[in-house]
Design a protein around this ligand. Sequence first.
Ligand SMILES: C[S@@+](CC[C@H](N)C(=O)[O-])C[C@H]1O[C@@H](n2cnc3c(N)ncnc32)[C@H](O)[C@@H]1O
Length: 224
Amino acid sequence: MELLNVIDNVYWLKQGRRTLVSLNMVRDRQVYGEKLFDIKSQQYREWIPDRSKLAAAFYKGFRNVDIKKGYKILYLGASSGTTVSHVSDIVGADGSVYAVELSEEMGIKLILLAESRKNIFPIIGDARKVKELVGDARNFDFIYQDISQRDQVDIFIGAVQSLLKPGKSAAIAIKTKSIDVRASSRDVIDQEVKKLGKFFKVTASINLYPYQKDHALVFVTKRQ
Ligand SMILES: C[S@@+](CC[C@H](N)C(=O)[O-])C[C@H]1O[C@@H](n2cnc3c(N)ncnc32)[C@H](O)[C@@H]1O
């Protein structure tokens, strides 16, 4: 089996077909039923594109994701922690993931996940009030948002403006049907990308089909 590096702690595992994997921070522990691979002295976890929009972006050929070892990440819409767990693998023990989730039911699963992954800081609350929720934690190196709400883009703009370091990047998973059920996905994405472009430099807009239907992952950079 051959490993090709994509970004810090993320690889394509080549064994006939290619499989995206991240270096498992907590040996022998699965998070959502993903496969584990032992290669030499390391263990890797499969990162499944129809379970994680960030993985889907890599499968669609995008690799310019500025998440690195040691980074401080703000993650809005963490759910039970599927994608959060891979981001936790990427930033490693010297990094941190502040993971915000509204639902108490999902939040409990997130808290349990954080018991074994010490770089995850679960926060149960509404991302609309993120500035109050994170307290003194500011100047994040990367912000990721995956929230299916009508005002998802406004929540994202507010968080990036107030909490991201200048010059750094952020990504939002846009669920078009949450914004407008009747309009075509393409029209909704164009409209929201235009809106984001008024505040930030839009660096990529990736349609996640066929891994995720009616979703795009949009990357922006905050100007210096
Ligand atoms: C599509 S799921 C996220 C999946 C997750 N990002 C992953 O890839 O593993 C969206 C999540 O956003 C949460 N959510 C919705 N509105 C929210 C809000 N205003 N603040 C924080 N979380 C919210 C939902 O409870 C849900 O768990």
